[in-house]
Write a protein that binds this ligand. Structure first.
Ligand SMILES: *[C@@H]1O[C@H](CO)[C@@H](O)[C@H](O)[C@H]1NC(C)=O
Ligand SMILES: *[C@@H]1O[C@H](CO)[C@@H](O)[C@H](O)[C@H]1NC(C)=O
Ligand SMILES: *[C@@H]1O[C@H](CO)[C@@H](O)[C@H](O)[C@H]1NC(C)=O
Ligand SMILES: *[C@@H]1O[C@H](CO)[C@@H](O)[C@H](O)[C@H]1NC(C)=O
Ligand SMILES: *[C@@H]1O[C@H](CO)[C@@H](O)[C@H](O)[C@H]1NC(C)=O
Ligand SMILES: *[C@@H]1O[C@H](CO)[C@@H](O)[C@H](O)[C@H]1NC(C)=O
Ligand SMILES: *[C@@H]1O[C@H](CO)[C@@H](O)[C@H](O)[C@H]1NC(C)=O
Ligand SMILES: *[C@@H]1O[C@H](CO)[C@@H](O)[C@H](O)[C@H]1NC(C)=O
Ligand SMILES: *[C@@H]1O[C@H](CO)[C@@H](O)[C@H](O)[C@H]1NC(C)=O
Length: 855
């Protein structure tokens, strides 16, 4: 711009001077030489016109004075004969005269043409001579050449000082210098200008970076240098860290777990920074952008970016703290708990873990709490738990639903929730009592569960016995025996949803035992059942224990059978034996309030001695002497019962040949072989009177005897008899007929008896008439205490048991079943049998009574 202006000024100057030289001369006529001075500016190599007056003079002389010299030398003249150019003119460029004037044109001006040109012009020579001296000062100027820029340092460090110089070869002064700065973006500004070709730049900064060029200008022209790049070395500045996604808190940056976090570090530097990332002071990454895919909570910590300028070996660092937000695990957990001594409730909501703490908000089914009770204070707390107290006084209705919603920044928009209900236990409180196994403690249990929150349950009893509140259920433990009988133990139960307290009561009583009969009398060989029952079937179950006649507690054995329920215990004594099983049995029970026992006397009786029997006939039925037929009869058939007969025989002697065969020859004949062993032959039919014994040895003399048997009681054996020899052949037929008649009679009798026995309940009198009192006794097997006559029948068994003659074969069949299997037996056999019911037992105490009442 300036260059252009200067250029224009120069052109204007030259043209105006030319104009001046052409028209400003005025001719004087006083004879004096007129002097006129002008200045002409030329440029090397270009053309210039030097004027000598406006009109052609009659004569003129151009002369040249070199600056700094005195000498004046002619260049060209014209004395009227045409112009004469001097040799000197050749050194002043291509000099020519302009026709019809005295003006001189010089082309290709050399620098040597610079100087004073004087044109002496003579006018009007024929008349009055007029002389002009035209002094033309020619200035030859040199244009500026293309400058070149020099920098003391093309890569200065920020803060340092440098210089720039604009150099050029030629150019007429004064020369103006202009320094231009072109930024990277192409914005060109004038950085400095003046007449100095050198500028000092102090405190270089990064803004100085860019292209530089200089422009040199003089009166002739203006030239611009080539541009040079100035590269300021600087940095790194303190880095700037950009976290994406951007989320800043008072703690620093935050990120949500599992998202991708990108950390970008930028630090201004030339040359560009090298970046290194550190996590908690350990290097983790190299490069400007550190990206963490799926960031986790453990990535919380300090992240530092270190920027380095490797050229300057300088570095700078910035640290940020990044906190990773993570939600708590799972979902919130809700519960309701009683508060204010079970008059109110507190809703508990907790959701531990997570960072930062989640927000928890209770919303509730509060319309049930009463008609529009308003907002009872549901609030959000940025805590891991949010507990609120509900108003007391039964304002919350049964079965209300409350929901706690949890939200957390790391869960975005999702909320998770939990809910809880409050309700009254569905049933009434339940009370019951029980005893520990070892009978050390009595437990009174009260429970009222199923509510939310749990109900409070406590015991109050007589004598200060009680127990403080517990939730849902409460067991009052009393030392066995320390409980108070007859007075109620009260269980109180309180639920926050109910204003009133519920109660249930237990009243303890001592047990009372009953038995059907205190004395039980039974024939031996049978089974008997002793009964014992509680007067009332109360809780807790008091166990009944039976002790046998030895005072030993009985269990289930082959001897005893124990049937037990909570209400009764029946002891069956099997296969009664007179000596072993008679005695006092004891049934016992107790509870926490008291104990009791009851004695039952068991009398086991022998069956009465059967009547005596006599052998009326003992005879071989053939000459072979190997079978003997016996017949006997029972004495006093009306008295005493019998169930069968024991028919025995033994060897008395063996004779070499047949000798005397006398009925009475019992013991005397041959003493040498006496076998005192009785061979048994048991006849189970009490109605049989004839029996044949076979497989006898013909050469042996036998003795036979018969003994009636009544169950286990064995009667007196009859007198022994030796069989007689058979007689006529007619005899057997007669006897046979007689026996046949007898048998027929017997069969008819048996059928009648069977009928009567089967129908004895319908026909008791006929029954009694036929069997009499003794049969009745043996049949029913029981003597009631009132009509019993114990004793008298002793000895029979003892006698037999003690007899030395019985020996090892005396293993006697047992009473009950074997003897009763005979289908023709008219004698009813004994079986264990319950005594007829009687009311003769007074209550002897013992039992626990528990009455449960609730309100
Ligand atoms: C500068 O001037 C000198 C002397 O007048 C001359 O010899 C030279 O060629 C010029 N240089 C340029 C670049 O014009
Ligand atoms: C160039 O620089 C000047 C002065 O600094 C400024 O006003 C102008 O807006 C810049 N132009 C561009 C294109 O940057
Ligand atoms: C530039 O600095 C040098 C020395 O550092 C001094 O001689 C010179 O005069 C200074 N020039 C300008 C224009 O300040
Ligand atoms: C560089 O230029 C910018 C904008 O033109 C300015 O804000 C900054 O301060 C300058 N820097 C220095 C070191 O002068
Ligand atoms: C990193 O530092 C933070 C804050 O000092 C600490 O909480 C975190 O446990 C550290 N992490 C590791 C992996 O050391
Ligand atoms: C709690 O309630 C029970 C029965 O309602 C009462 O006996 C007890 O004193 C109360 N306790 C307190 C601390 O209020
Ligand atoms: C309370 O609500 C529960 C659950 O619906 C129900 O079983 C119970 O009977 C209710 N109790 C009362 C007193 O309404
Ligand atoms: C046990 O005796 C009781 C009477 O005390 C009676 O009611 C019950 O039926 C008997 N049980 C058996 C199995 O006989
Ligand atoms: C039965 O016989 C025995 C001995 O043989 C005798 O002592 C007893 O008196 C007899 N009994 C009767 C009732 O005759």
């Amino acid at each position: 711009m300036v260059a252009q202006l200067l250029g224009l000024a120069f052109l204007y100057l030259t043209t105006s001077l030319l104009t001046f030289t052409a028209y400003a001369v005025e001719i004087q006529h006083n004879g004096e030489v007129v002097y006129q001075d002008t200045s002409v500016y030329g440029v090397v190599g270009k053309a210039v016109i030097l004027e000598c007056g406006p009109t052609l003079p009659d004569m003129y002389i151009w002369s040249f004075t070199k600056p700094g010299t005195e000498g004046i030398k002619a260049v060209v003249y014209n004395m009227g004969q045409g112009p004469r150019i001097q040799k000197l003119a050749a050194t002043l460029g291509q000099l020519t005269l302009i026709s019809k004037s005295a003006s001189v044109s010089i082309e290709k001006l050399p620098l040597a043409a610079h100087g004073l040109y004087t044109c002496q012009a003579f006018y009007n020579i024929e008349e009055e001579l007029i002389v002009y001296y035209y002094n033309v000062h020619l200035t030859v100027r040199v244009p500026v050449t293309k400058p070149f820029l020099l920098m003391s340092d093309a890569s200065p460090v920020e803060g340092s000082t440098m210089w720039m110089r604009c150099n050029l070869e030629n150019g007429t002064g004064p020369i103006q210098y202009k320094f231009q700065h072109e930024t990277r973006s192409g914005n060109i500004t004038v950085f400095a200008q003046g007449n100095s070709s050198l500028i000092n730049v102090t405190d270089i900064n990064r803004n100085h970076t860019g292209w530089y060029r200089c422009v040199a200008s003089n009166a002739v022209n203006s030239e611009s240098s080539n541009r040079l790049w100035l590269d300021t070395i600087f940095g790194p500045d303190v880095p700037q860290i950009d976290v994406t996604p951007y989320s800043i808190t008072e703690r620093g940056y935050s990120a949500l777990e599992r998202e991708t976090v990108s950390l970008l570090c930028q630090a201004q530097s030339n040359p560009a920074s090298q970046y290194v990332w550190f996590y908690n002071n350990s290097q983790v990454y190299t490069g400007p952008q550190f990206t963490i895919m799926k960031i986790l909570r453990m990535h919380t910590g300090d992240y530092a970016c270190l920027a380095q300028n490797t050229y300057l070996n300088t570095r700078s660092k910035k640290t940020i703290s990044l906190t990773v937000y993570y939600p708590p695990d799972g979902s919130p957990s809700c519960s309701v708990e009683p508060a204010l001594n079970h008059t109110s409730m507190r809703l508990l909501c907790s959701w531990p873990g997570g960072f930062p703490s989640p927000s928890l908000l209770w919303t509730g089914d509060l319309m049930h709490a009463g008609q529009d009770q308003g907002d009872p204070g549901l609030q959000t707390n940025p805590l891991t738990r949010n507990d609120i107290l509900l108003p007391s006084g039964g304002l919350t209705s049964n079965n209300s639903l409350f929901t706690c919603r949890g939200s957390h920044p790391a869960l975005k928009q999702l909320t998770t929730e939990c809910s809880t209900r409050t309700y009254i236990p569905p049933a009434e409180p339940v009370c019951f009592a029980y005893v520990t196994n070892n009978k050390q403690y009595l437990m009174l249990s009260c429970s009222w569960d199923g509510g939310a929150p749990k109900a409070m349950v406590w015991w109050e009893g007589p004598g200060g016995q009680g127990k403080g509140g517990e939730e849902n259920s409460n067991i009052l433990i009393l030392r066995y025996g320390s409980a108070h009988g007859g007075k109620p133990y009260t269980c109180h139960a309180k639920h926050p949803l109910l204003v009133q307290t519920k109660t249930c009561r237990l009243t303890l009583e001592a047990p009372v035992l009953l038995t059907q009969r205190r004395v039980v009398s039974v024939y031996e060989g049978s089974d008997v059942q002793l009964t014992c029952n509680l007067r009332a079937n109360y809780l807790p179950a008091t166990e009944i224990t039976w002790f046998n006649n030895q005072g030993v507690g009985v269990g289930e054995t082959s001897k005893y059978r124990l049937l037990r329920t909570s209400a009764w215990a029946n002891l069956t004594v099997r296969d009664l034996d007179e000596t072993q099983d008679s005695g006092e049995y004891r049934c016992s029970t107790s509870n926490a309030v008291g104990g009791t026992e009851i004695n039952v006397t068991l009398v086991v009786k022998r069956h009465p001695m059967p009547p005596n029997a006599t052998l009326v006939r003992v005879m071989y039925n053939s000459r072979q002497r190997n079978e003997v037929e016996l017949e006997w009869q029972v004495e006093n058939e009306g008295h005493g019962g019998w169930t069968g007969f024991l028919l025995e025989h033994r060897w008395v002697s063996e004779r070499p040949g047949r000798r005397g065969s006398n009925n009475d020859s019992k013991e005397q004949t041959e003493e040498r072989i006496v076998r005192p062993i009785w061979y048994d032959n048991f006849i189970r039919d009490p109605d049989v009177r004839i029996h044949t014994v076979g497989r006898l040895t013909p050469t042996v003399t036998y003795q036979f005897r018969i003994t009636p048997v009544n169950h286990r009681t064995i009667g007196h054996p009859s007198a022994e008899k030796t069989p007689a020899e058979p007689r006529y052949n007619v005899y057997p037929a007669v006897i046979g007929a007689a026996i046949g008649g007898m048998l027929f009679a017997v069969i008819v009798t048996v059928l009648l008896l069977v009928y009567i026995i089967r129908n004895r309940n319908n026909n008791p009198r006929l029954h009694d008439m036929l069997f009499g009192q003794q049969h009745s006794q043996s049949r029913e097997n029981i003597n009631f205490p009132e009509d019993d006559v114990v004793g008298g029948s002793e000895g029979g068994l003892e006698e037999i048991g003690g007899s030395s003659s019985t020996g090892p074969t005396m293993a006697f069949p047992r009473a009950a079943s074997p003897l009763t299997t005979s289908p023709t037996s008219a004698t009813p056999t004994t079986t264990s049998q319950a005594p007829p019911p009687g009311d003769d037992n007074e209550p002897v105490s013992v039992t626990i009574t528990v009455k449960a009442t609730s309100s």
